[in-house]
Design a protein around this ligand. Structure first.
Ligand code: COA
Length: 118
C-alpha cells in the first residue's frame, strides 16, 4: 500500500532514492529529500508491505503529474511492485496526465494505462 513520506522514514527513503541513477551523490540526495519535505507540489510516497520496499516521488503540475523518482528494494524487484506504485499514484491523481521525466521514462512507459490494468 502507498503511504505518504514523513520525516521518520528519512533513512529508508534516502536508501531507496539512492538506487536512482541521478541520486548517487549524497549532497544531491539530501537536496532531493529536502525538496520533498519543503515544497508542497513535490510529494513522496513509500510502498509498504510488511516492510517499506519501494518509493515513488512526484511533482504536481497544473494538469499533469510528473514522476521524478521510482525505486524498489533490489530484493523485491520483478514482482510487480514498481508497476503497482505507478498504478496507485495514477489512481490517487486520477484527473492528471502522467508525465515521466528523463530518469523514469524507461520504466513508466512500460506501465499499463489504468483501463488496461483492470
Ligand atoms: C525500475 C524499478 C523501480 C522497477 O521495479 P520492479 O518492482 O522490479 O518493477 P516491476 O516488477 O513492476 O516490473 C518489472 C519490469 O520492469 C522492467 N524494468 C526494470 N527496470 C527498468 C528500467 N530501468 N527501465 C525500463 N524497464 C525496467 C523489467 O525489465 C520488467 O519488464 P517485463 O515486465 O517486461 O519483464 C526497479 O528496477 C528499480 O528500483 N531500479 C533502480 C531505480 C531506477 O533506475 N529507477 C528508474 C527506472 S527508469
Amino acid at each position: 500500500m502507498l503511504i505518504r513520506y514523513k520525516k521518520t522514514f528519512e533513512k529508508i527513503a534516502m536508501g531507496l532514492l539512492s538506487f536512482m541513477p541521478n541520486e548517487k551523490d549524497l549532497k544531491v540526495l539530501q537536496q532531493t529529500i529536502k525538496q520533498y519535505e519543503m515544497e508542497e507540489m513535490w510529494q513522496l510516497f513509500l510502498w509498504k508491505e510488511e516492510d517499506i520496499i519501494g518509493l515513488i516521488g512526484v511533482k504536481e503540475a497544473e494538469n499533469s503529474l510528473e514522476i521524478h523518482h521510482i525505486s524498489v528494494n533490489p530484493s523485491h524487484r520483478h514482482q510487480g511492485v514498481g508497476k503497482q506504485m505507478v498504478c496507485a499514484v495514477k489512481a490517487l491523481y486520477g484527473d492528471k496526465t502522467i508525465q515521466p521525466n528523463e530518469f523514469t521514462a524507461a520504466f513508466v512507459g512500460k506501465c499499463p494505462a489504468p483501463s488496461e490494468a483492470e
